[in-house]
Design a protein around this ligand. Structure first.
Ligand code: 8X3
Length: 258
């Protein structure tokens, strides 16, 4: 007999990088689906405002300021929970788009720290609590950059390949335990901050990323996909789901209106 979908009522879903973009949209949608969402990010004011918004909409949300690269802080955070249902590893991002010849090693390190070590920290600290729930789900929001490269993508592509490998390896290692590992790999998503952060606040360069692209994905598009994947029946593991806007056929083939 097929298993039911994991119950969402009273189950905790932790979302990292919940202060904006895909993380914030995912927190809103998981809360609407019945999860008690715990929003984490470095920017306390943002997650507190979002928790209030979600609570005012009649759902359950709390905020916890957290830097995913700070292992001691992550371990301390984890002590607050006996069991959790869902962990969404969303915190991450890109810095720079320089070629390998001139890329800044400090940017590479930061991207590895946030996209890979941050995911490792949260996953290690919370895995026992996901197992204890009897029906846990780990989501890694990677990227199409975790599945193919492009010029100028080097450091980000390397980090997202790391995140992809973490998800794939974890799935092998914990098979037989009651925890699914889901990787969602979005392509071009237009959010308020992704490209702006990448280009250090340069609005013109950030705008060029999406120039002429009819409809890049939105944070809500990705959040809907995440919510769909985690609410599948417990025996269904969406290993890897790649989503792109229709105008993007590959990392390097994008249709732009003139
Ligand atoms: C974002 C996709 O194309 O900027 O994760 O690397 S891309």
């Amino acid at each position: 007999m097929p298993t039911a979908a994991p119950s969402t009522t009273s189950r905790i879903a932790i979302v990292t990088g919940a202060s904006s973009g895909i993380g914030a949209a995912t927190a809103r949608q998981l809360a609407a689906a019945g999860y008690r969402v715990v929003l984490t990010a470095r920017r306390k004011d943002r997650i507190e405002a979002l928790a209030e918004e979600i609570t005012n909409a009649g759902h359950a949300a709390t905020a916890y300021q957290l830097d995913v690269t700070d292992r001691a802080a992550v371990d301390e955070f984890a002590t607050a929970f006996k069991t959790i249902g869902v962990l969404i590893n969303n915190a991450g991002g890109a810095l720079g788009a320089d070629p390998i010849a001139t890329g800044d090693p400090a940017d590479w390190r930061t991207m590895y720290e946030t996209n890979v070590i941050g995911t490792l920290n949260l996953t290690q600290a919370l895995l026992p609590k996901l197992v204890a729930s009897g029906d846990g789900t780990v989501v890694v929001i990677s990227s199409t950059a975790g599945h193919g490269t492009y010029e100028g993508g080097g450091g980000y592509v390397a980090a997202k390949h790391g995140a992809h490998v973490l998800a794939e390896t974890l799935r092998l290692e914990i098979v037989g335990q009651p925890v699914r590992v889901i990787e969602i790999a979005p392509g071009m998503v237009r959010t308020d901050e992704f490209a702006l952060t990448r280009f250090n606040g340069d609005e013109e360069r950030a705008a060029k990323v999406y120039q002429g692209v009819a409809e890049p994905l939105t944070a809500d598009d990705v959040a809907e996909t995440v919510t769909w994947a985690v609410t599948r029946p417990s025996h269904v593991n969406v290993d890897l789901l790649v989503l792109r806007p229709r105008a993007q056929a590959s990392n390097t083939k994008v249709h732009r209106e003139q």
